[in-house]
Design a binder for this molecule. Structure first.
Ligand SMILES: C[S@@+](CC[C@H](N)C(=O)[O-])C[C@H]1O[C@@H](n2cnc3c(N)ncnc32)[C@H](O)[C@@H]1O
Length: 211
């Protein structure tokens, strides 16, 4: 993960858990390199659930000594099942969590590579049922980030769809240090298929239940 993304993960955790209180119930969708989960873990949550689908990522979690989210982490939770990586697509796992009556104080969604329809389905069909009163939902906001005009249009579209879903949104605008991010294929983009970020401002979403 690039430095600018790590700093966005930091700001997202600070926004989802204001004051970083211990004992919160957290759901993170998309483990990736576990950057945001390591930050969530530092807050000493009472529940910390992660959903990850990619077999290679799951293999790394289970088998690599570099990864500290394996079985020992799960076993160290305050109760059975409190700390858990759910293997599988969120589209299959989340309905089960909902059925089990799980409720969260903070939910984060970052499944790079899926299109907007999936994010919209997640916040429309599941967030209202999974987020407890006073809880906060956020997602990695890279929507349309290859052009400012597209980013602005997505901002409006997301606002509209969140309202339809009964959710309120506030944006926290952050500066992005563009050093090394200016040119396709160069600097931070060396070896990266597509320059998926081109903007010097990041709009961080802070989403709550309406009312
Ligand atoms: C950009 S990474 C997440 C990075 C993470 N926020 C971090 O701080 O390291 C996206 C992750 O989402 C996972 N993913 C993509 N689609 C998914 C799905 N439908 N269900 C569960 N995980 C998914 C990918 O395998 C990948 O590990």
């Amino acid at each position: 993960m690039m430095a600018w993304e790590t700093s966005i993960m930091r700001s997202s955790v600070d926004a989802l858990l204001p004051g970083l209180p211990a004992g919160k119930r957290i759901l993170n969708i998309g483990f990736g390199m576990g950057i945001i989960d390591a930050m969530f873990r530092e807050t000493q949550p009472s529940r910390h659930h992660i959903i990850e689908a990619h077999p290679e990522v799951l293999k790394h979690v289970e088998g690599s000594p570099d990864c500290t989210f394996g079985k020992d982490w799960e076993a160290g939770g305050p109760s059975e099942g409190a700390y858990k990586i759910h293997a599988g697509k969120w589209q299959e796992v989340v309905p089960r969590l909902l059925e089990q009556g799980e409720l969260y104080d903070a939910i984060y969604f970052d499944t790079f590579g899926e299109d907007y329809s999936q994010l919209r389905m997640f916040f429309t069909e599941y967030v209202p049922g999974l987020l407890d009163e006073g809880g906060i939902f956020g997602f990695f906001n890279g929507l349309g980030a290859d052009r400012k005009v597209c980013y602005d249009v997505y901002t409006k579209v997301v606002e509209m769809h969140l309202t339809d879903a009964g959710l309120d949104i506030e944006w926290n605008e952050l500066d992005v240090d563009m050093k090394g991010l200016e040119e396709e294929g160069k600097g931070e983009w060396h070896g990266v298929k597509r320059r998926y970020w081109t903007l010097d401002k990041y709009r961080l979403p802070i989403i709550t239940l309406m009312g």
